[in-house]
Design a protein around this ligand. Structure first.
Ligand SMILES: [Zn+2]
Length: 252
């Protein structure tokens, strides 16, 4: 497990599943299951932004073994598997990622957000509002009411799971809450007891960029540092997933 002690005095943001990180320097092979040329081009255009900061390469291929398999099914929620788990699903010909709002009805900024967010999951990040470091003073009754109504229509248990549950996995490494993270959901002002919500974040935050660089360092990085981790064998999937509100984010 990653030790946060070395970074106790500096905020890192991005809550990462350290046991699901890819090996730094990996060249991930990415394929598509359906989708138009226009949809695929959106993914290729925006996903690569992560590679400016992480020592990871994305290669888009038409055949062969895949690490990430992307579908564009509008009937299923927007989601992505976490980190190396993507490779297990892809090997079973099951999409590991489904950005479902890549269409002409979605603004370019939201398309960009959706792709960056789902690729954040694919690199091992969980939702920021479910980080063990988060302390949001929820006004739960307001959240139940707003998300229980049309068009989302969630019951209480679903709201509890998607909004209030905190990831307690021991392999999560996070040292600070970053409300500006691309992995953060929008939080309306009336959903908190102090009346302070979080606006939609449409781009990578400074902490997103800094922490992904630490998780995926380049070769010059000191290999003795604890943030260098080895990828797990693909067949040992923990079947972790990240989904939930992603589908509705574009409408909130
Ligand atoms: Zn998500």
């Amino acid at each position: 497990m990653y030790s946060a002690n070395n970074h106790a005095t500096q905020p890192l943001g991005l809550a990462m599943m350290t046991n699901l990180l890819w090996k730094p320097g990996s060249k991930l092979r990415i394929g598509f299951k359906g989708g138009s040329i226009w949809q695929k081009d959106r993914v290729k255009k925006y996903a690569l932004e992560w590679c400016k900061f992480a020592n990871i390469a994305f290669t888009f291929v038409d055949s062969g073994e895949l690490d990430i398999l992307i579908a564009f099914d509008p009937t299923k929620e927007s989601s992505s598997r976490l980190g190396v788990d993507c490779a297990w699903y892809s090997s079973q010909d099951q999409p590991s990622m489904n950005p479902n709002c890549i269409n002409n009805n979605t603004s370019e900024s939201l398309i960009r957000y959706a792709i960056l967010h789902e690729f954040g999951h694919a690199l091992g990040a969980i939702h920021e509002h479910q980080s063990p470091c988060v302390q949001i003073p929820w006004d739960k009754e307001e959240v139940y009411r707003d998300l229980g109504n049309h068009p989302i229509g969630w019951d209480i248990a679903t709201v509890d799971y998607n909004m209030f549950s905190i990831e307690q996995n021991r392999d999560i490494q996070a040292t600070s809450f970053d409300p500006n993270s691309i992995m953060m959901y929008e939080i309306r002002d009336n959903w908190t007891k102090n009346g302070k919500g979080v606006s939609p974040n449409l781009k990578l935050s400074c902490l997103d960029k800094g922490h992904i660089r630490l998780c995926y360092p380049n070769e010059a990085h000191d290999a003795s540092q604890p943030n260098v981790v080895a990828a797990r064998p693909k067949e040992k999937s923990q079947l972790a997933t990240a989904s939930g509100l992603d589908q509705e984010e574009a409408t909130l």
